[in-house]
Design a binder for this molecule. Structure first.
Ligand SMILES: [Mg+2]
Length: 188
């Protein structure tokens, strides 16, 4: 599927700033662009890998999202639905739903479930994710909008092995897409 959607993935890669962090995205601007539902990846996007709660500076950003979109229009869709994370969200961000029990991204099941739950059109839904071949690909498959995070949260000192593993994965998928991009757009 990654190969079939290579053009869409290349487009996302080429149009995303190289140092994009979550908190640089303005919930108000997203709303003005017609987005009505936000879907957030956890690892790398809300916090470093394996953390049970969002990074400190993400808290006010999440509160702005809840004010802007309404808590019932904000979702977390992670391939790691840890009980501690769900408990944290239930306690601190009431109304925000943590989607579980669906096939993992890049399967679009979770996004399709969110579209069905909210009754919004797919283009009004935006996934924010730091992985091209899982989250961004799932967004392409479900035809939802996507914001690709190119400067994810990483805590190398705390969890060196998993963080290095995911850094290599991110590097490889970007390398593959940039190779394809260079062949497709040789003058850029
Ligand atoms: Mg992630």
């Amino acid at each position: 599927m990654g190969y079939r959607y290579r053009q869409a993935l290349t487009q996302v890669y080429r149009t995303t700033p190289r140092q994009r962090q979550l908190c640089q995205l303005s919930p108000i601007e997203l709303k003005q662009q017609g987005i009505t539902v936000l879907v957030l990846d956890f690892d790398g996007v809300l916090a470093a890998h394996g953390e049970s709660q969002p990074a400190k500076e993400v808290h006010p950003w999440l509160q702005t999202c809840i004010q802007c979109f309404g808590a019932n229009q904000v979702f977390v869709l992670s391939n790691k639905p840890l009980a501690s994370r769900i408990a944290h969200f239930n306690c601190h961000y009431q109304g925000v739903r943590y989607i579980t029990a669906v096939r993992k991204k890049p399967y679009p099941d979770g996004l399709k479930e969110i579209i069905a739950l909210t009754g919004q059109s797919s283009h009004q839904v935006m996934l924010i994710d730091d992985r091209l071949l899982t989250g961004v690909l799932a967004a392409c498959l479900a035809n939802v909008s996507v914001a690709y995070i190119t400067y994810p949260y990483v805590q190398l000192s705390k969890r060196p092995l998993p963080e290095m593993f995911f850094m290599v994965l991110r590097f490889l998928e970007r390398y593959l897409i940039s190779l394809y991009s260079r062949f497709t757009y040789p003058n850029h």
